[in-house]
Ligand binder design. Structure first.
Ligand code: G3P
Ligand code: CA
Length: 547
């Protein structure tokens, strides 16, 4: 179990104590956000998939990629200046360890029960911070730009957002996070007053201002609520995703499992308690939204292929991780938060981590799934992928498509209905439409005990094919011009067996997905027979007819 990997303070050495649209399309369909607007894309720490975290160049890249918000995490220098760093510890996000003049600043410190041995922003003046350069902390991302960029102040981030807004003619908002507020206050460097002072000076004073303040703690959000009218977001976290159950879980006194100010005061509640309807109602008294870890909405559940009741190393890479599992929508957090009037902005989306098998190694599928579930925005290290996925949904997916009803087949009448049904049934896929055809294909990865079904259908009627063979689907995808969108249907195994004696399989197979019935017309009776022999149907009933 890798602790703190979601929002890790780097260079941990010891845990000391016992253990956060109206797209009104042409057809009127929209994203299911709280207010119907498009979900916002937040450049998490800038665009760290490409450039080191928290640099003006990284923020500028995120903006160029279409991000609506840029996110500076905030810590304080010795002389009380807000700078953008993920943590007070400078060790892994700057080149400080390679500068002999600062070798003697290395020391140990305990932050929220974790002991660190390194260099701390609060031991450096801003002038000294400006001598440092940012480095890429996450392997295997490119280190090509290590040492190239300065550490920005919060003021410089605001200045960039304002100048880019003017240059581009669209509002670039900021999403500052107060890092370790209780700890900062304990060393005589409280964050909140300084933050609000800088925002006030920038003219960011109202709910409509292009800023949202976020915190994993509660007390400092409540402190700031009467001091400002800008939007506040309560961050939430969990200890980890349980790969065996596909749900988030929490540990006592763990700083990922509960707000540090609660732990410090002996409060035994955790972030899970805050996600109940009662907990969300309480948050709504002081905040405008929540920023949950994405696994508090949607887990990843491993596959038990050997029947021992535990997730297995399905891909044989020596570890059991998300790449061995499938997505598992287990919570009603989004709907519950929306009922409480709260927006939902989960974190953190990354293209370059092991992905659940049902995403078929395509990060766009993860974004689409969350957008379809109704998130109001999300934090991503790859803003370009998040924006592309959103815009393709806005332009090609959500607009109602009049699917043709052919013979006895039943289709969703709208792409939205198809998508939601697929999501609701925890299957994977998306619909799209080209000029005269749509393409339905199977994701490369099968679900346990299931197999993909794909379909190519041309509305002119000259192509209409089905397959359960992933390779064939892939070939058709090529043939269709590389269109890579569609619904992947996964049928469950047939509970029965081959056709009873004296009957034969006929050339149809009925498949039910999310309560809706699809009928597959097979090319030949032998194909149907082969399907039945493979154990297919039931949800999916293979028809058997008299010989
Ligand atoms: O603030 C949302 C997200 O950024 C929380 O994670 O650790 O990257 O700040 P972290
Ligand atoms: Ca953050």
């Amino acid at each position: 179990m890798q602790k703190h990997y979601k929002r890790s303070l780097l260079f941990t050495i010891n845990v000391v104590a016992a253990a956060t649209l109206g797209i009104g399309s042409a057809m009127g369909a929209g994203f299911p956000t709280l207010d119907g607007s498009k979900p916002v894309v937040v450049g998490h720490r800038g665009a760290p998939g490409y450039l080191p975290d928290h640099t003006l160049e990284g923020y500028r890249t995120a903006i160029a990629m279409g991000a609506d918000f840029i996110e500076p995490d905030l810590v304080l220098t010795k002389d009380g200046v807000l700078i953008a760093r993920h943590e007070p510890v400078l060790t892994d996000t700057t080149n400080v360890r390679s500068l002999p003049k600062y070798a003697d600043r290395k020391r140990k410190a305990i932050i929220d029960s974790i002991e660190y041995d390194g260099w701390f922003a609060s031991d450096f003046t801003l002038a000294e911070i400006k001598e440092l350069r940012a480095v890429q902390p996450r392997a295997p991302r490119s280190t090509k730009f290590d040492g190239a960029f300065e550490i920005p102040t919060f003021q410089e981030v605001i200045d960039l957002a304002k100048s880019e807004s003017k240059r581009l003619g669209r509002t670039i908002s900021i999403y500052p996070e107060t890092k370790h507020p209780t700890w900062h206050r304990s060393i005589g460097l409280p964050l909140e007053e300084r933050l609000l002072s800088v925002l006030n000076a920038a003219g960011y004073t109202s709910k409509a201002s292009p800023v949202i303040i976020q915190s994993f703690e509660i007390g400092n959000l409540k402190l700031m609520r009467p001091m400002t009218s800008v939007r506040l977001v309560q961050l939430l976290s969990a200890y980890d995703n349980d790969i065996n159950t596909g749900t988030a879980y929490y540990l006592p006194n763990d700083p990922d499992s509960a707000p540090w100010d609660w732990i410090a005061s002996g409060d035994k509640r955790n972030y899970g308690d805050m996600l109940t309807p009662a907990g969300l109602a309480e948050i709504a008294r002081y905040a405008d939204g929540i920023g949950p870890w994405k696994r508090q909405i949607l887990g990843v559940k491993g596959l038990d292929t050997n029947g021992d009741g535990k997730a297995d190393d399905v891909n044989g890479d020596g570890s059991i991780n998300e790449a061995d599992g499938v997505s598992n929508v287990f919570s009603t957090v989004i709907a519950d938060a929306h009922k409480a009037g709260l927006v939902v902005h989960p974190y953190t989306f990354r293209d370059d981590v092991p992905m659940a098998r049902d995403y078929a190694k395509d990060p766009a599928m993860e974004y689409r799934q969350l957008y379809a579930l109704g998130v109001d925005g999300l934090f991503t290290d790859f803003p370009d992928t998040a924006v592309r996925a959103r815009e393709s949904m806005a332009q090609g997916l959500w607009p109602a498509i009049e699917y043709t009803v052919t013979g006895s087949e039943r289709y969703y009448r709208t792409a939205q209905a198809a998508e939601l049904a697929v999501v609701a049934s925890n299957k994977v896929g998306t619909w799209t439409q080209t000029a005269d055809s749509y393409y339905v294909w199977a994701a490369a990865a099968d679900r346990a005990g299931s197999a993909p079904v794909c379909r190519v259908f041309n509305t002119n009627g000259n192509r209409h094919r089905y397959s359960i063979v992933a390779a064939e689907c892939a070939a058709w995808k090529q043939e269709a011009g590389g269109i890579d969108e569609g619904v992947a249907f996964y049928a469950l195994p047939y509970a029965g067996s081959a056709c009873p004696s004296g009957t034969r399989a006929i050339d149809r197979l009925r498949i039910t997905v999310a309560g809706l019935v699809y009928e597959r017309h097979l090319g030949t009776a032998s194909e149907a027979t082969a399907l039945v022999a493979k154990g297919w149907a039931k949800v999916g009933v293979a028809y058997c007819a008299a010989q």
